[in-house]
Write a protein that binds this ligand. Structure first.
Ligand code: NAI
Length: 471
């Protein structure tokens, strides 16, 4: 043993302190397992807390505030244009992050979860080496890999690294460029694009596919795009970036749209073309863990890998790469390791894009049902007929329910509109409970609220919604 090297034993080693890893560690500790949590960062919470979900939502809240203040002139209330103090804004965003990360560290301490800062690497199926301030060799009975994902990069020849930033760089908010190109019209690109647009940047989006937000139905995405078109300088779809180079202080980007090559200059470029799992550099070759071609670790319903002592959860264990899916998997893996009969059998995992309006969906989309040849009925309710949406000055919105054509059972729900991300929880529960359109239609919803749009969409599945004329 080298000087400064320690050898220790633990019931459960959890690698990665994000919403997958820390939740798994806490559940395991609550079930009586002696648990060790390893993370490279001194702050627990993972990318989600430090440089993802939470800081982006803090900035989106501010973007929403700026837009709402400007829109108030339509109601006869005039505010002066905002003066943004970027230092204070960054400090506030960081205070939100620090508070949550501190809370998780306290919860870990109170549960007697041992936290080690360092980088873990498997030596075999029973032990891992953690390189931190000292080297720790940990012998474990079980391990959970919860190492998450990192932003995908475009090839250096196409887009030199010094010409662009990823979502982590964008969230640092070092300044607000006059012009920003966003490459990739997925959730990260549109959320951060909206933040920078509200703060005064001229935002352009280039998306390779023929529409943005490919994960959800087109009718939902269209409602968001109508608003984005007013906020962004341009949205180019079916357009792939070919090259970029630095020209003075700007970045010249070339892309082809409708057979025409275009060259535009921007002050900053954000690359948001997806994420890739962190399954490399873990020493998995020293174990029996199987990694498939996109780099995801293969797991069964309890999130156990091909190596029976090792489990994997979250982004590293497959799509969708969403924090709440990781947390649920963490609970399942911890319970399975503790000998409980737990499996990951979610019928619906909600996806939310926290733009304004928000887009949220769960279960089957209409497009997926068509592709799979499933016979469905679709009930829709337009938010223009919702009293609450009108009273908020945000009538743009749509709630749709995708139901089984024979049984009316809810298979999927899609919502676009203010706070759609909160409303979708009812739909997730409905699908998990096997609710039929009749159940949703007969459930008394508070009035006035946008939750009524779920009840009305369910009525529409059944043939007629009270506040909509029959076709
Ligand atoms: P994404 O996969 O959602 O979207 C990336 C987009 O980039 C796709 O539409 C793709 O067609 C496009 N693209 C790829 N290469 C391109 C190129 N060369 N030129 C132009 N367009 C190109 O990825 P995104 O937005 O980076 O998000 C990554 C992950 O993080 C997703 O899995 C998402 O689920 C998760 N996430 C979730 C959030 C949420 O739930 N609100 C927020 C942020 C991220």
């Amino acid at each position: 043993m080298v000087v400064g090297e320690l050898a220790e034993q633990t019931d459960l080693l959890v690698i990665g302190g994000g919403p997958g890893g820390y939740v798994a560690a806490f559940r395991a500790a609550d079930l009586g397992l002696q648990t060790t949590l390893v993370d490279e960062s001194p702050l627990l919470g993972g990318i989600c807390l430090r440089a993802g979900c939470i800081p982006s939502k803090a900035l989106l809240h501010v973007a929403h505030l700026i837009d709402s203040a400007a829109a108030a002139k339509d109601f006869g209330v005039n505010f002066a244009p905002p003066q943004v103090d970027l230092d204070r804004l960054r400090a506030w965003k960081q205070s939100v992050v620090d508070k949550l990360c501190g809370g998780i560290s306290t919860l870990a301490k109170k549960r007697d979860v041992r936290v080690i800062q360092g980088r873990a690497r498997f030596e075999d199926s029973r032990s891992a080496r953690v390189d931190g301030e000292t080297v720790v060799r940990l012998k474990f009975k079980n391990a959970i890999i919860a190492t998450g994902s990192r932003p995908k990069r475009l090839p250096e020849a196409m887009l030199p690294a010094d010409c662009c930033m990823d979502s982590t760089g964008a969230l640092e908010l070092s300044d607000v460029p006059k012009s920003l190109l966003v490459i990739g019209g997925g959730s990260i690109g549109l959320e951060l694009g909206q933040v920078y647009a509200a703060l005064g940047a001229q935002v352009t989006v280039v998306e390779a596919l023929d529409r943005v937000l490919m994960g959800c139905d087109d009718d939902l995405a269209r409602v968001l795009v109508a608003r984005l078109k007013k906020q962004f300088a341009a949205i180019y779809t079916a357009a792939a970036v070919e090259t970029a180079r630095r020209v003075g202080s700007q970045i010249e980007v070339a892309f082809t749209k409708d057979g025409q090559r275009q060259t535009l200059k921007f002050d900053r470029v954000l690359v948001s073309v997806g994420r890739q799992p962190n399954s490399d550099q873990l020493g998995l070759e020293n174990t029996k863990v199987v990694v498939n071609s996109p780099g995801f670790i293969e797991v069964d319903a309890t999130r156990r890998t091909s190596d029976k002592r090792i489990y994997a959860i979250g982004d590293v264990a497959g799509n969708p790469m969403l924090a709440h899916k990781a947390s649920r998997e963490g609970i399942v893996a911890a319970e399975a390791i503790a000998g409980q009969p737990s499996v990951f059998d979610a019928r619906a995992i909600p996806a939310v894009v926290y733009t304004s309006p928000e887009v949220a969906w769960c279960g089957l989309t209409e497009g997926e049902a068509q592709q799979r040849g499933i016979e469905i009925k679709v009930g829709k309710f337009m938010w223009g007929a919702s009293g609450r949406a009108l009273a908020m000055g945000r009538p743009e919105g749509l709630t749709k329910i995708i139901a089984d054509a024979k049984t009316n059972r809810a298979l999927g729900v899609g919502i676009v509109g203010e706070h759609a991300g909160d409303l979708i929880a009812e739909a997730v529960l409905a699908i998990e409970m096997g609710a039929e359109a009749e159940d949703l239609a007969a459930t008394i919803h508070p009035h006035p609220s946008t939750s009524e749009t779920i009840m009305e969409a369910a009525e529409s599945v059944l043939g007629s919604a009270i506040h909509m004329l029959r076709k």
